[in-house]
Structures are given as C-alpha cells and as structure tokens.
Design a binder for this molecule. Structure first.
Ligand SMILES: Nc1ncnc2c1ncn2[C@@H]1O[C@H](COP(=O)(O)OP(=O)(O)OP(=O)(O)O)[C@@H](O)[C@H]1O
Ligand SMILES: [Mg+2]
Length: 289
C-alpha cells in the first residue's frame, strides 16, 4: 500500500519569535495509507486543525517532514495548486470557505477554475450537492449569506467534493448538522471511501462517528500523538481516553459497564445492532419463549 500521508517529526509554532509564541505541534509522526479512513481526535486546542491544515499546504512544515500524495510538502518550489487539486480540505469554520453570493456558484468555483466545461461543472455541482443532501434546483440560487450554519457546512463540503480530490480532509464535517443529515452524510462519506477508494481523514469530537467511519484513529494530546490504532484498540482503553478528555461511543461504554458488572459481553462492539445482540445474548431466557 502506498502512503497518502506520511508525517515525520512535524512541529509547528504559531507567532514564532513574538511574546504570543505558541507551539501547537511537537514532533508529530503518523502514516495514513491510500484508501484508508483515518480519524484525528483529541481535546480542544490539542492541535488537530493545525495538523490537518498541513495536508493541503495551507501550513508548511517548519521542521520535520511531510509527504502527501507522493509530494514532499517541505520542498521550497512546491506546486501548491497541484497539491490543492489532489487534497480537498474542509475548514472547521465553513464561513472561511464560502465566497460567492449564490450557492451554485460557490460550489462551481473550484471545478470552473480547473477549466472544466460548463456541462462538466454542472454535473460536478449536481453530484456534490446530492452527496451532501442539498436539493440542486431548490438550493442552487439561494444566497449563501442567508443560509443556516448546517446549510453553510453542506455548501462548503460540496465545494470541496466538487473538486473530486484524491484525499478528502474534513475538519469536523458534521458539526451543527441535524441527526438525519449527519447520518446520511456519514453514510455517503463511507461509500466514497469504501466503494470509490477515496482516502478520508477527518477530525471529530463525536466518537460514534469515529467508530462508524474510521479504520484508523490517531489521538492527539497537547500537540503530540498520544495513541493510535483501530477504533476497537483505542476505545478499549478507558483510562487513556479519560486522561485525554475523550469520550467513548455510548454502545461501547454500556458494554464496558455490563462487563464490569460481571456479564460476559464483548466491550469492543460499536455497531448498535451488534451491541444489542451482545446484550440479548446475556439476558436470561424469558419464560414462554
Ligand atoms: N492562528 C493562530 N495563532 C496563534 N495560535 C493559534 C492559531 N491557531 C491555533 N492556535 C493555537 O494552537 C493550538 C492548537 O489549535 P488547533 O486549532 O490546532 O486546535 P484543535 O485541536 O483543532 O482544537 P478544536 O477542537 O477546538 O478545534 C491552540 O492552543 C490554539 O490556541
Ligand atoms: Mg480545530
């Protein structure tokens, strides 16, 4: 497997050389293979956004090395445009990413700049809006400034998807979405990753979502990698999670508590249906059944 992202000893200090100097990343090393879906989790301010802003060269490595889609992002003569075509980054704040007055124009901006024909751009916009759950004909002529927070996030994400990147980097993609939008969007992202082989890297504070989507989890704490592994491995360490102020998916938490209460259930199951089966398997058989 080739690496989509390889980070070695990456450090980053904001406002270097000023009294406000703050080191946000300390010697971070990690590896994400092409086609994987990786989650970056950790407490507020631990450096998640700082880290992923390096992946499309928004921030450049101050020290350490960083290779994304085969390109050394520390190279002084880096073709930043080429990297941004391969790596789509959804910002934590969608307002930072929406510039056009109309929804359709905003989503079309990237593909249009890539030099695609009007027909191709329209196809891309329709497809991207469908993926994020925005009805094309109803929403394309709406003004972007009057959208709700959740709608803005969907528009910003559609704009990133419309570029059809090889690597999709998402900073809290479902924050502020209603439960149905969240569920639908996660299912579509999962499809893009599992069916179309898109590499996905996402930041989230929602552990259900991490367990559902990720096949690899990196835990950041105070700018360093504190742990990594599959969701099952990471979520099986309650002490580690508590130390880094990270919750557990509720299904796993319930199964852990049942286990501690002496019931023999598998505490690593995060799928709701499987968790229900685990619980049913230890229930005493009811009379008459
Ligand atoms: N532009 C900046 N200038 C100075 N310091 C910054 C800047 N951006 C972030 N920081 C600081 O760097 C640290 C890491 O910030 P970052 O935004 O990467 O955290 P995060 O893990 O994404 O947090 P959250 O979960 O709240 O989004 C924080 O202490 C933050 O205050
Ligand atoms: Mg952040």
């Amino acid at each position: 497997m080739t690496d989509a992202v390889r980070v070695e000893n990456l450090s980053h200090t904001y406002m270097l050389g000023t009294p406000m100097e703050h080191q946000a990343l300390h010697q971070v090393s990690l590896r994400i293979e092409t086609g994987q879906c990786a989650a970056i989790i950790g407490h507020t301010g631990c450096g998640k956004s700082t880290l992923i802003q390096h992946f499309n060269a928004l921030l450049r490595p101050q020290s350490g090395s960083l290779t994304v889609a085969g390109e050394d992002l520390g190279r002084p003569k880096l073709d930043v445009k080429a990297i941004r075509r391969k790596v789509g980054l959804l910002f934590q704040n969608p307002e930072d990413q929406i510039f056009e007055k109309l929804v359709g124009d905003d989503i079309a901006f990237g593909p249009y700049k890539q030099g695609l024909s009007v027909r191709e751009v329209t196809e891309r916009v329709k497809w991207a809006m469908e993926v994020v759950g925005l009805p094309f004909s109803e929403m394309k002529d709406r003004t972007t400034f009057a959208l709700s927070g959740g709608q803005k996030r969907k528009v910003a994400l559609a704009g990133v998807l419309a570029l059809r990147p090889e690597i999709l980097v998402l900073d809290e993609p479902t924050a502020g979405l209603d439960p149905k939008s969240r569920k639908d969007l996660l299912a579509r992202i999962k499809d893009l990753n599992r069916e179309e082989g898109l590499t996905v890297i996402f930041v989230s504070h929602n552990m259900e979502e991490v367990a559902y989507l990720a096949d690899l989890v990196y835990v950041l704490a105070d700018g360093s990698v504190a742990a990594s592994g599959t969701p099952r491995e990471v979520f099986s360490q309650p002490d580690l999670l508590q130390m880094h102020r990270i919750g557990m998916p509720e299904t796993i938490e319930i199964l852990h508590e049942l286990n501690e209460a002496g019931l023999s259930v598998d505490p690593g199951v995060h799928d709701v249906d499987l968790a229900a089966s685990e619980i049913v398997s230890v229930l005493p058989e009811r009379e008459g059944e």
